[in-house]
Design a binder for this molecule. Structure first.
Ligand code: C2O
Ligand code: CU
Ligand code: CU
Length: 522
């Protein structure tokens, strides 16, 4: 509790009403303050805002389910399930045979209503990772609902076209709930994207990368509660693509847009093609880059997305190649020694081991007309000189204290915001994250993927250890810091006041409190 002194407690009821008014949610304000999310069911008493006319209105539930993932017994999972109440049914695309939730497809500018019902036997709440939505629509852990109860989301899609996703965010339980299957993609399209004519339909392929460990009865095994294991994070023994093991994507002799999401709890992938061609990268977290960039390899840490262009038009039927994860040094605790010992039975024991993530196999000849565009999108150049703290960026040190990962020595407290976590609505700031362990490289330095809620940001600078596998171009919401690295990002807190999270997206780190609130003061 030593931070309570400098910390500022924010009354949730009061501040929510404030958010609602400021965010222009008019009549909703009257029934806010934590009252309406606690109501049961989707009945009329839940009172969706009558002034809010959704283009898409869906029911989304989290429920216990069973899927046949492996030969033999089905696997018990938790799974999102959705139905369309208003709007086109095509907006909800099931992932077949998967524990993953459906892909939700929206267009920029649309108004979305999502009536979430929690039917898993513990508290949960849905967060829209990467979406720019008002604080009360963001799925903060303070908004959790118990089993049987609901939460109403209403927001306008303001994001650029891109690959976003949704997952639970109850404090201390995000890791196990995502692990049990609760996650899904949220794809945004817009006019700019449609204009350039990227591969679509069956040539636009989402690939969610995760790792899971199964017991001999085909049931999921999460990590032991052992502190040391949680310090590193959970690593599963089987790589899953869209919820399936041993994944091979059959392709034709054409060009593909592959949308990769790292939905793993803590595993980092260093992606590269087995056949040695470079990765052609189209997009990152916040949508298309200005132009395609080429990398020999690219890191993809938990929470991050990369869209890549894969063209098989020069390859014969029967051609096969893998997307690999190459070896890398993940630092002291993430490295081999400890996890190898802890989880000795694992097929892919460590962060940084080499393995095939999935295969692509050419199975038919089809002529397509997709060509890699030279230009993808208009992206204004970042203007660090606009930052109010240009000469003194806000500092965030990622350190371990008393066997606990912290940000500036602090851990998550539900309603707490420290003085140095308050920003002014309408301002642009530079935030600097430091994973150098105070300058000393030591055994304890491990990678941390840092994620901000509320806003996409720009990466201005990365210093420390030089890796070439970062795609820091474009808009980001999650950024990997390897041991020894520091990065500066530029964030513009333009239009939504209120309390948002920032945290490490290693879900075991997040659950143990490597997460904090920041407060945008209106
Ligand atoms: Cu992907 Cu706070 O989350
Ligand atoms: Cu998020
Ligand atoms: Cu971390």
């Amino acid at each position: 509790m030593k931070y309570k002194k400098t910390g500022m407690l924010i009354d949730s009821g009061h501040s929510r009403r404030q958010f609602l008014k400021l965010a222009g949610y008019g009549t909703l304000g009257l029934i806010s303050g934590g009252l309406w999310p606690k109501l049961d069911g989707f009945a009329a008493e839940q009172t969706p805002d009558t002034e809010f006319v959704p283009d898409l209105d869906i029911f989304l539930s989290a429920r216990p389910d069973e899927v046949s993932v492996l030969p033999g017994d089905p696997t018990r999972v938790w799974r999102y399930h959705a139905t369309v109440h208003k709007g086109s049914r095509a907006r909800i695309v099931e992932m077949s045979r998967s524990y993953l939730g459906p892909v939700i497809k929206v267009h920029r500018g649309e108004k979305i209503r999502i009536r979430f019902k929690n039917t898993v036997p513990e508290e949960s709440i849905v967060h829209w990772h990467g979406l720019h939505v008002p604080a009360i629509m963001d799925g903060h852990p303070r908004d959790v609902v118990p089993q049987g109860q609901s939460h109403l989301y209403e927001f306008e899609v303001k994001n650029r076209a891109g690959t976003y996703w949704y997952h639970p965010h109850p404090h201390g339980r995000t890791g196990p709930q995502v692990y049990d299957g609760l996650a899904g993609l949220f794809l945004v399209s817009d006019q700019e994207e449609q204009y350039i004519g990227l591969p679509d339909g069956e040539y636009d392929v989402p690939l969610v990368i995760q790792d899971r460990t199964f017991d001999s009865g085909n049931q999921l095994v999460y990590m032991s509660g052992h502190r040391m294991a949680r310090m590193a994070g959970f690593l599963g023994s089987t790589i899953m693509i869209n919820g399936l093991p041993d994944f091979t994507l059959p392709v034709s002799t054409g060009a593909y847009r592959l949308r990769l999401l790292n939905g793993s709890n803590s595993r980092i992938y260093k992606l590269a093609w087995e056949d040695g061609r470079p990765l052609t990268i189209l997009a990152t977290d916040g949508g298309l880059l200005e132009r395609p960039v080429f990398r020999r390899y690219a890191f993809l840490s938990p929470g991050e997305r990369l869209e890549i262009w894969a063209d098989f038009s020069d390859h014969p039927v029967g051609y096969e190649t893998s997307l690999l994860s190459l070896p890398f040094d993940a630092g002291g605790m993430g490295g081999g020694m400890m996890m190898g010992g802890m989880m000795g039975q694992n097929q892919y024991p460590t962060n940084g081991a080499i393995f095939s993530v999935f295969k692509m196999k050419v199975t038919q000849t089809v002529k397509t007309n997709y060509r890699l565009p030279e230009m993808l999108s208009d992206i204004e150049s970042a203007r660090p000189e606009d930052a109010v703290n240009y000469f003194r960026p806000r500092q965030f040190h990622l350190t371990m204290q008393h066997m606990q990962w912290t940000i500036n020595g602090r851990t998550f407290q539900m309603e707490e915001v420290a003085d140095d976590e308050i920003v002014q609505l309408g301002s642009t700031e530079i935030w600097e994250f430091d994973n150098s362990g105070g300058g000393m490289m030591n055994m304890m330095n491990i990678p941390h993927p840092i994620h901000l809620h509320g806003k996409q940001f720009r990466v201005l600078e990365r210093s420390g250890v030089a890796h070439e596998g970062y795609v820091d171009e474009g808009w980001k919401d999650t950024v990997l810091l390897m041991p020894g690295e520091r990065i500066k990002i530029l964030v513009d807190f333009d239009d939504y006041p209120g309390m948002f999270l920032y945290h490490c997206h290693n879900l075991e780190h997040e659950d143990m409190g490597m997460m904090r609130n920041y407060y945008v003061k209106g």
